[in-house]
Ligand binder design. Structure first.
Ligand code: FE2
Ligand code: FE2
Length: 196
């Protein structure tokens, strides 16, 4: 899907729906991290008003998603708890270290990859027997995170001075790394999570 190199094993969704409570808790934290990551990019690049506007809007939507997932948690009597260790995002960020690509381009492309993987996972969940109240929410998120993917790629192209070809090449390199991270995490026997 989109730029992704490695598809998620369909077994992920079968396991995820068996432990949807854990997925929902993890999902809430993912939405909060998506918002804070977008805002941290805004704080670092205040001179770029196109980026500032696009990412504050994106962060606003992620915060709204967070609030809605919290509502689902509350209705199910689940606690939000402390954020879990996010190996996926940490490994993905490591992939951008020691590169000669501009840090802002890499950070925007990491954002794009996380959005793309989220979309893929929502689509897989929608192929399973998810509760009726969650289905329309996941459908809406699929469309919204797809839009966020595009926002990040467009901002990366702008940050690279319009050099779309170089951005697509770099995106492919990072996507290969992301696919390897996803495969390594899938091999671990951990609780269900959005990106694990
Ligand atoms: Fe979101
Ligand atoms: Fe998003």
């Amino acid at each position: 899907m989109f730029c992704l190199v490695g598809a998620t094993d369909p077994a992920w969704a079968k396991e995820a729906v068996k432990d949807l409570d854990a997925v929902l808790v993890d999902h809430a934290h993912c939405e909060m991290k998506a918002a804070t990551n977008a805002l941290s990019l805004v704080v670092r690049h205040p001179q770029d008003l196109t980026l500032v506007r696009a990412l504050t809007e994106l962060a606003r939507e992620e915060l709204e998603h967070f609030q809605r997932v919290v509502d689902f948690l509350e209705r199910r009597g689940l606690a939000l708890g402390a954020p879990p260790v996010d190996t996926y995002a940490a490994e993905l960020r490591k992939a951008t270290h020691a590169s000669d690509v501009s840090p802002i381009v890499d950070r925007l492309l990491v954002g794009a990859l996380i959005e793309a993987r989220s979309c893929e996972r929502f689509k897989l969940l929608l192929g399973e027997d998810v509760p009726a109240d969650l289905r329309p929410f996941y459908e809406e998120l699929f469309a919204c995170e797809a839009r966020h993917y595009r926002t990040y790629v467009d901002l990366a192209i702008a940050a690279a001075g319009g050099d779309e070809a170089s951005v697509q090449r770099r995106l492919h390199v990072l996507a290969e790394r992301e696919g390897a991270i996803v495969r390594a995490l899938a091999a671990k026997d951990e609780r269900a999570s959005v990106h694990g």
